[in-house]
Write a protein that binds this ligand. Structure first.
Ligand SMILES: *Cc1c(COP(=O)(O)O)cnc(C)c1O
Length: 423
């Protein structure tokens, strides 16, 4: 697979380089130079998820990873269930949250971890990342127990929920967690500074596991095939995706580009609506980011959007015909939570928002699937206050609830972090 830096198309790298580097020159995103169409989609849709996913990823990645190795990576990365229950005859929920961190980010993070392990040349490798809550859990679980890779996760002390903290700060082993006595921006700043410090960067082999890594994106292409496999007629399939950084939607568009013939896709956002307004007016005019109850999507500068535009400009994807984007308010999201609950389905707020966007626009001759990106128990407070119910904790959270938090605390300063890293 050949990839180009979207900002500097003269910078071309293979898949291995793109995964190891994360970003190209000037923070440019890597994106495949060409896509080939799959010629066996109907057969693939008959295959079980792991087998089909290995075939899809093999098609995308090409010969840089041997088939048997790739099959092993996919089967250990995607080792949790994926469900697609029907809520109505023509409406389904694609539940992507049955992995260890209870969110869809497990797909991307776990596949990327296996890619790094595969490409790792034996020197030191330390994944250093900052989290405001969710990414930390996905990254920690993805790398936990991966030989030769250390993980360090920074988070703002006291500013993530106690259960979120338990989900990634109780693992131990090769996963070190550091509570920083400051805010999330400081954590991110400290990560950036570490990468600029040669002693740390080379001495520890720092890598960032960040969300725009191409490996994470490609892994997410796989579950769109599962949505297609669960409906009667793919050509009538309408997808709805709760969107923040637009990685998930990009993966969906890639699935279409390589031959999955679904009808259309909706990118549903909260009132941080840069993209819906852009698609309506042609003006890129981000507003300041506003806090909402779907906080994983509180993003006004979606960092994957250049890839969406590249799909249109370089790869012939008809965005106007395929992609719609709508924004919903918190009130509409709460209303959607209630409407779903009345029908006997408990969704998290992000998933409920996507359902509402779908349900509003779905035509009688279409089949809809909305992506459920997080387990409802991850957003306990919003759900309990909206629905006036008690949410039961899933086994994953029950299991860690009484475990001790293993994090150490440091001051929000580079010397403190450096000391901790070099210890
Ligand atoms: C990250 C996240 C999203 C947004 O996904 P993008 O790929 O950034 O658009 C939606 N829902 C949940 C629960 C998330 O954690």
């Amino acid at each position: 697979m050949k990839l180009i830096n979207i900002k500097h198309p003269d910078e071309q790298v293979g898949f291995r380089e793109a995964v190891l580097q994360g970003l190209g020159r000037d923070q440019g995103l890597f994106f495949p130079q060409k896509f080939q169409r799959l010629d066996n989609v109907p057969d693939l849709l008959e295959a079980p998820f792991v087998e089909r996913s290995a075939a899809v990823l093999g098609h995308l990645v090409g010969d840089e990873i041997e088939t048997a190795a790739l099959e092993g990576m996919v089967s250990t990365a995607f080792d949790f269930p994926l469900e697609c229950p029907a809520l109505k005859p023509n409406e389904r929920a694609l539940e992507l949250f049955h992995g260890p961190s209870l969110a869809f980010k497990d797909f991307g993070a776990r596949f990327m971890a296996r890619c790094l392990a595969e490409f790792h040349d034996g020197g030191p490798m330390t994944i250093l990342t900052a989290t405001s809550g969710d990414t930390g859990a996905a990254v920690a679980h993805a790398y936990h127990g991966q030989p030769g890779i250390d993980v360090v996760i920074l988070y703002p002390k006291g500013k993530i929920s106690p259960l979120q903290e338990k989900l990634f700060c109780t693992l131990g082993g090769n996963v070190r967690t550091i509570a920083v006595d400051s805010d999330f921006d400081t954590c991110q700043q400290l990560v950036k500074q570490s990468f600029e410090d040669p002693e740390l960067k080379h001495g520890l082999g720092l890598n960032s596991a960040n969300s725009i890594n191409i490996a994470r994106l490609l892994a997410q292409v796989c579950y769109y095939f599962e949505a297609a496999a669960s409906v009667e007629d793919v050509e009538r399939l309408v997808l709805s995706v709760p969107s923040g950084n637009f990685g998930n939607v990009t993966a969906g568009l890639i699935a279409h580009r390589i031959g999955l013939p679904y009808k259309r896709i909706i990118a549903a956002t909260n009132i941080n609506d840069t993209v819906p307004r852009f698609l309506a007016s042609g003006q890129w005019d981000p507003n300041p980011t506003v806090a909402t109850i779907t906080n994983a999507m509180d993003i006004s500068l979606p960092n994957n959007f250049p890839r969406v535009l590249a799909l249109e400009a370089e790869h012939g994807v008809d965005l106007a015909g395929l992609l719609a984007s709508v924004a919903l308010s918190d009130e509409e999201t709460r209303d959607a939570l209630r409407a779903l609950h009345d029908r006997g389905y408990l969704a998290d707020p992000h998933s409920a928002l996507a359902w509402r966007a779908l349900d509003r626009s779905l035509q009688p001759d279409e089949e809809g699937v909305f992506l459920c990106t997080a387990h409802p128990a991850k957003f306990l407070e919003v759900i309990e206050e909206t629905l006036d119910i008690k949410v039961e904790l899933p086994g994953e959270l029950e299991a860690v609830r009484d475990k001790p938090v293993l994090s150490r605390t440091i001051a929000g300063r580079m010397d403190a972090l450096k000391g901790a890293l070099l210890e």
